[in-house]
Design a protein around this ligand. Structure first.
Ligand SMILES: Cc1cc2nc3c(=O)[nH]c(=O)nc-3n(C[C@H](O)[C@H](O)[C@H](O)COP(=O)(O)OP(=O)(O)OC[C@H]3O[C@@H](n4cnc5c(N)ncnc54)[C@H](O)[C@@H]3O)c2cc1C
Length: 518
């Protein structure tokens, strides 16, 4: 973590970077100024050991010193919800970070929560149901997304906005025609065809650079890929969803979906704290005839636990390297999956800057969109926040991943985001008091062609003692509700297996993977 470093012409803005993607991690906490009166309360990802696993380092595997019925590997939304669903069982959750939440992790600035990735959920989704069950009432966002482009704010992009966008008549006509045509697509009937080709094939007939640019931004932010890398299926799904106004079911609280993992921990920790082990990086998972042996590093010490069954809630690019004796085809399918690098930037202002839209699309910039962190509570009686926090989504192309390797590049990137933001509208020409950048090297599963209808089934196939429960087992894009849905199935699978009901367990897993969520 580095702080108080220079942004061009803005030396007074405090700057903090968290997370890293390279060896050279973990973050050097010695770099935090000791006498800082307002130390930035940030955390980051630790990759040093993971990178050794990636590079094929073989760790010693000591004999087991603990036996449990169930091991859960990874403490993101999927792992934590699996722990919640299995809380009355003999479980042990191992998470490599010193904090839990994965991509649904909230941080806060002087008591005001903000998201470091996952933004919102949908009313009545499995995640919303879980939130309710643990005492969180997610509030409606209640406003379709605006677009800010060419110096103009256009509300409700895909409905009333279609007549107001600051583009030529020809361009507007192309957007309208695209909208009409997208609604004619039968998603259920055409799923296989659509999933096999890139979204650019659906965009091509309109020959409209503004349309492509908008969807490039939307795709990067929502599923980690520009149109040419995106499956036409998810493109059509989301086009219909926006055009029909289905986004009216979106819900959230400040902190983004990190509010759910935060609450899950609050609920689980008092009673099951010892079963939730942070700073515990799993380095190998060896399924055997009678148990699964899981070896992990904690504070430099390797420990092995023996579990009857294990739930792998880690993303597949990591899972592929952890599990011994994966069938070759399954390993290949896991490794075929692609993940986009995502630096997330939170800007903290000590004055109000913008309250006109929750999720604001800004095509053609280094960031794709930005959200207002406290949007759903902003009008509550008695709510007078000291700070306004804007969260910028800045997904990079895979070829740009190396940008995140150096703090200097990160600072330059943040400076670019700030400068482009300030040019969007004249009222944005305000400096934040602090900028926080959270970097993740492989954050978001990319919704590429054939992943949803083909590759995922091979990559996520359960083994006799292993269930693969990360949200990337679902789809077609990476969603928290999928993490919860799949982990609910994993909990059922584990319970049935513990009762000796193998066939029913297999059928539960099969149904969960085949469930069609759109
Ligand atoms: C920028 C961004 C924006 C998003 N926006 C939304 C949104 O608005 N709505 C939505 O529904 N979803 C959104 N998502 C997707 C959502 O965040 C994910 O689907 C969900 O959080 C995934 O949870 P998970 O537990 O499956 O995986 P992860 O969050 O990837 O959790 C995996 C966990 O495993 C841990 N781990 C990894 N390796 C090891 C190891 N060797 N040993 C032990 N632990 C390990 C990791 O540290 C991590 O905590 C977004 C994602 C990103 C990146």
């Amino acid at each position: 973590m580095t702080e108080n470093t220079k942004l061009p012409r803005r030396d007074f803005i405090k700057f903090a970077i968290a997370g890293s993607i390279a060896s050279g991690c973990p973050i050097d906490h010695a770099l935090v100024p000791v006498n800082d009166p307002h130390p930035a309360n940030i955390e980051g990802e630790h990759f040093a050991i993971c990178h050794q696993v990636r590079d094929g380092h073989s760790f010693p595997k000591p004999d087991p010193t603990r036996s449990v019925d169930l091991a859960i590997i990874g403490g993101g939304m999927a792992g934590l919800s699996a722990a919640y669903f299995l809380r009355d069982k003999d479980f042990l959750l191992l998470e490599k970070e010193d904090h839990f939440g994965g991509n649904a992790y909230q941080e806060e600035f002087q008591g005001q929560p903000y998201s470091t990735a996952a933004a919102y959920d949908f009313r009545n989704s499995p995640c919303d149901h879980l939130a309710k069950e643990i005492g969180l009432h997610l509030l409606p966002i209640d406003l379709p997304d605006p677009t800010i482009d060419n110096g103009v704010y256009t509300p409700d992009t895909w409905n009333t906005g279609l007549t107001q966008l600051p583009y030529s008549r020809c361009t507007i006509a192309a957007w309208k025609k695209f909208s009409e045509d997208m609604l004619k697509i039968d998603l259920h009937k055409q799923i296989n065809d659509l999933d096999a080709k890139p979204f650019t094939e659906l965009l091509a007939p309109y020959q409209c650079p503004e349309l492509n640019r908008w969807w490039d931004a939307y795709g990067l932010s929502n599923w980690g890929a520009v149109a040419e890398d995106t499956t036409a299926f998810i493109g059509a799904v989301d086009a219909q969803y926006l055009i029909k106004g289905d986004d009216s079911t979106r819900v959230i609280l400040p902190g983004g979906l990190g509010c759910v993992t935060h609450k899950l921990l609050e609920v689980l920790k008092p009673k099951y704290g010892e079963r939730l082990q942070g700073d515990a990086t799993v380095v190998s998972v060896v399924p055997g005839a009678n148990d699964v042996r899981i070896t992990y590093d904690q504070n430099g010490q390797l420990t092995t636990v023996s579990a009857k069954f294990a739930i792998l809630a880690t993303p597949k690019f990591i899972t592929a390297r952890l599990v011994a004796d994966l069938p070759a085809e399954q390993k290949q399918a896991m490794r075929r999956m692609r993940y986009a690098p995502v630096p997330m930037i939170n800007m903290i202002f000590d004055k109000s800057v913008y309250r006109k839209g929750y999720d604001n699309w800004c095509p053609g910039n280094a960031f794709t969109d930005f959200i207002v962190a406290d949007w759903t509570i902003r009008n509550q009686p008695g709510y007078h926040p000291k700070y306004e926090i804007l969260t910028f989504y800045c997904t990079l192309r895979e070829s740009e991943r190396a940008t995140l390797l150096s703090d200097e590049n990160c600072r330059a990137f943040a400076a670019k985001v700030l400068s482009q933001f300030q040019k969007l509208l004249s009222e944005f020409n305000v400096d934040p008091i602090e900028i926080r950048l959270y970097r993740r090297g492989h954050a978001m599963m990319m919704a590429v062609p054939n992943q949803f209808t083909k590759n995922r089934f091979i990559a996520s196939r359960p083994m006799e003692r292993l269930f693969f429960a990360n949200s990337d087992s679902g789809g077609p894009e990476s969603l928290s509700m999928e993490a919860v849905r799949i982990s609910q199935a994993a909990a059922e699978w584990a319970t049935l297996n513990l009762q000796g009901k193998r066939t029913q367990a297999q059928s539960t897993a099969h149904k969960a993977l085949n469930a069609f969520v759109y």
